[in-house]
Design a protein around this ligand. Structure first.
Ligand SMILES: *Cc1c(COP(=O)(O)O)cnc(C)c1O
Length: 368
């Protein structure tokens, strides 16, 4: 039962991803009997006082951590980021049109799904350079009548991340900005003055799969298309405090433990500093090496997902096997990009990134 911390491997999975060991241990300790209630969290009524207290604390902690202003509502939904690709246009498009900035697989997927519900317009795309850069907002072709503008602020597969959110007002657009922040939520601060709605699945950086976080400005509630399923109507969900239907109680509980852990770590500002240091350690090593390469423009690189390639790709399998032997797991890149990918979310300590760099160095030495 009590595995010492040092024996757990470092898990670089893109998602579902590593969860802090402390959080897993707390969940394990509460498994059969949550706080003397005689029940596991999984067995509780979502309307009972025990779960309501878990829910309210999770929401309050998240609001504090992400500095979510009072005129935004926090919703805990189901369906993941992919369902939000439909739920957003069902709620916000009015069946008219929406602008998309296509910067990788995830924003591409969002655009394809939205097309079922409204007219989609590509305001900018970096497909031509293989999604290794981000388009300058000054050059975006924003439509006059777009109901919203969608961007993916961290492209999990291609490893590009917006370092600054676009200021749509300054670009002459009145449309709300929708951000898919699935894979970097809680890794850095969010400038809510520039955002209308943010969504993200929990399984990258907040906890287990099964709960989807939506943070939505109040004035965007209540505009769903008649065909929108009630369980996915943001107003219905907001009015019922995410309890219109049974919420993913266990996932919300573990996410709530993660929020408490984040607060103990010093909050988002402290995490952001650590994430900067972790990403820098890895990118600096890759950039200095003749053996490994990252193809993303330095100013657009993700702090969370670091795709990289061995210059000699015939050594990929040996690299992955050696990594696994050293307790460095799930480094294989996404099949659409190839190569390797190290996902270094909040739960990855700098020691894990250092262990990866040490291994990469050692592997290079033994292969040349
Ligand atoms: C993982 C991911 C998704 C999809 O999440 P699901 O929970 O599988 O639906 C969407 N967007 C981004 C940026 C992601 O990283």
């Amino acid at each position: 039962m009590t595995t010492p911390a040092s024996t757990r491997p470092y898990n670089f999975s893109a998602g579902p991803a590593a969860i802090p060991e402390e959080v897993l241990r707390l969940a394990a300790a509460d498994m059969l009997d949550w706080h003397g209630s005689g029940m596991s969290v999984m067995e509780m009524s979502h309307r009972g006082k025990e779960f309501i207290s878990i829910y309210e604390r999770a929401e309050a902690d998240l609001r504090e951590l992400l500095a979510v202003p009072p005129h935004f509502r926090i919703l805990f939904m189901q369906g993941g980021g992919l369902a939000e690709n439909a739920i957003v246009p069902l709620n916000l498009s009015g069946g008219t049109s929406a602008d998309f900035v296509v910067t990788g697989s995830w924003s591409q997927k969002s655009l394809k799904e939205a097309r079922k519900y409204c007219t989609v317009h590509v305001a900018a795309s970096t497909e031509a350079d293989g999604y290794t850069t981000l388009p300058d907002p000054a050059g975006w072709q924003l439509a006059d009548n777009a109901a919203y503008v969608h961007i993916c602020t961290n492209e999990t597969i291609h490893g590009v991340e917006f370092q600054i959110l676009p200021d749509l007002k300054a670009l002459g657009s009145k449309a709300p900005l929708v951000i898919d922040f699935s894979s970097h939520v809680a890794s850095r601060a969010v400038d809510w003055s520039r955002v209308g709605l943010a969504f993200g699945g929990a399984q990258k950086n907040l906890g287990p799969a099964g709960v989807t976080l939506v943070v939505v400005r109040e004035d965007l509630l209540g505009h769903a298309l008649p065909a929108c399923p009630s369980a996915f109507d943001y107003k219905t969900v907001a009015d019922s405090h995410s309890m219109y239907n049974t919420p993913p109680t266990w996932a919300i509980y573990v996410a709530g433990l993660t929020f408490q852990w984040l607060k103990k770590q010093g909050g988002i500002a402290a995490m952001e500093q650590r994430n900067i240091a972790k990403a820098q350690l890895l990118y600096d090593f890759i950039d200095r090496s003749q053996f490994y390469a990252n193809r993303v423009a330095p100013s657009c690189r993700s702090r969370m997902n670091v795709p990289f390639f061995l210059r000699d790709e015939s050594r990929n399998e040996a690299f992955l096997a050696g990594a696994k032997d050293r307790g460095l797991l799930q480094l294989k890149g996404h099949k659409s990009v190839g190569g390797m990918r190290a996902s270094i979310y909040n739960a990855m300590p700098i020691a894990g990134v250092q262990a990866l760099v040490n291994y990469m160095q050692e592997f290079e030495r033994t292969q040349s």
